[in-house]
Design a protein around this ligand. Structure first.
Ligand SMILES: *Cc1c(COP(=O)(O)O)cnc(C)c1O
Length: 378
């Protein structure tokens, strides 16, 4: 049985639990083979209805804010790690209630909060994010090692005399990358920060590991993990976001109108800027089931959204048959960085969130309406 996209609400995000589980099995194998702990980076995927499933396979969550930390604590209930470029004073006590690991972005932040961490009733392990100033990410928007980056402490700014209470180092320098980039990055981390690693209990490799992609070289990753374990006696954490739900979800939309201006244009009930903003930010071209590159099939259309933003265009796609008003179009790989980034710009409704499994079929988890638009405006 497959998902009946024709019967699904539109627009809607649908996560296929079997595809998600396949990813989770691969990540759990990494844990089983190495003893490393794999966390879900909620920034990429926070569909908490599926946290009980994810929690069966992974060790916990990585959070970038108090709200994400709370969500992970409430809905998964396993390890909660938090990192942010800076913490807000009024939120810190609540962070102490949820977090098992806190990663500070600077020594000034660590100095500011260390007494409160020590006084906390729970044992919390603290780390520092380092910037190895080595990255193979080519898009500036996603490169934490670009010149003048605020992400992490560089070797020149690392205070060697102030490591009392610091248990770990964290780096996050990858984006959708294979394990060769990790291996190169670790060389830079060891070269710049290796002398501190012997005093540490753990190292966190951050995210950006595309572990569940078909061409990912897992053995190189395993080698990187075991090297850190054996050489420095460290516990290793990974916090992939994308890899957890890579290719595990769809975005269903409907053709609302067909118009012409030099070429055929289809207007959809789905918006790039509201519902899949990475298409414009990254930018990238999502796959659509049954559609090809422009000109590949007989009928090419430029697909645009229902907003008044002229550039709310997902791309040019070709189809074997002419599109009709009412046709469903299904975008692929839409679980990650979609729901977490969407918005109600232009008063466009948020898509329905659904999951699919063979036993229960399509389960609509949440629908959104006018209140969701109104209550965030005043
Ligand atoms: C974004 C981010 C992640 C997850 O990255 P993915 O590319 O989704 O795997 C993990 N850790 C930190 C600190 C991040 O900023």
């Amino acid at each position: 049985m497959a998902i009946d996209f024709q019967a699904a609400p539109s627009p809607s995000y649908i996560v296929d639990e079997a595809l998600l589980t396949r990813n989770l099995e691969i990540l759990q194998q990494v844990e089983a083979r190495t003893g490393a702990k794999v966390l879900l980076a909620q920034k990429a995927f926070s569909m908490f209805a599926l946290y009980p499933l994810i929690g069966k396979y992974l060790s916990g969550v990585a959070s970038s804010s108090l709200f994400e930390a709370r969500l992970g604590a409430e809905e998964m209930g396993k390890e909660v790690h938090i990192y942010a470029p800076a913490f807000r004073e009024e939120e810190f006590d609540e962070i102490l209630r949820y977090a098992d690991h806190i990663v500070f972005n600077s020594f000034s932040q660590w100095d500011k909060y260390k007494d409160r961490v020590r006084a906390a009733s729970r044992k919390i392990s603290c780390g520092i994010r380092v910037n190895p100033e080595y990255s193979e990410v080519e898009t500036g928007l996603y490169d934490p090692c670009a010149p003048y980056s605020r992400m992490g402490v560089t070797a020149a700014n690392f205070q060697t005399d102030d490591l009392e209470g610091i248990d770990g180092l964290h780096f996050h320098t990858l984006c959708e990358q294979n394990s060769d980039a990790l291996a190169h990055t670790l060389e830079a981390v060891e070269e710049k920060f290796g002398r501190y690693l012997k005093q540490m209990k753990w190292i966190n490799f951050g995210g950006g590991h595309h572990i569940t992609r078909s061409d990912y070289a897992i053995d190189t990753l395993i080698g990187c993990i075991t090297r850190m374990q054996e050489r420095y006696g460290l516990e290793v954490y990974l916090e992939p976001g994308e890899a957890v739900a890579l290719n595990a979800g769809y975005f269903v939309s409907t053709v609302l109108d067909i118009v012409h201006n030099g070429m055929d244009l289809a207007i959809l009930d789905s918006s790039a800027t509201c519902h899949m903003p990475d298409v414009l930010e990254m930018p990238y071209r999502p796959k659509i089931i049954g559609a090809g590159e422009p000109g590949e099939y007989a009928y090419t259309y430029r697909l645009g959204g229902p907003t008044c933003l002229a550039g709310d265009v997902t791309g040019d796609y070709s189809f074997k048959k002419p599109l009709q008003v009412g046709d469903r179009l299904v975008f692929c790989d839409m679980a990650i960085y979609s729901m977490v980034k969407n918005n109600t710009f232009n008063g466009i409704p948020l898509p329905t969130i659904a999951s699919y499994n063979a036993a229960e079929g399509l389960c609509v988890i949440r629908r959104f309406g006018y209140e969701n638009f109104k209550t965030r405006l005043s």
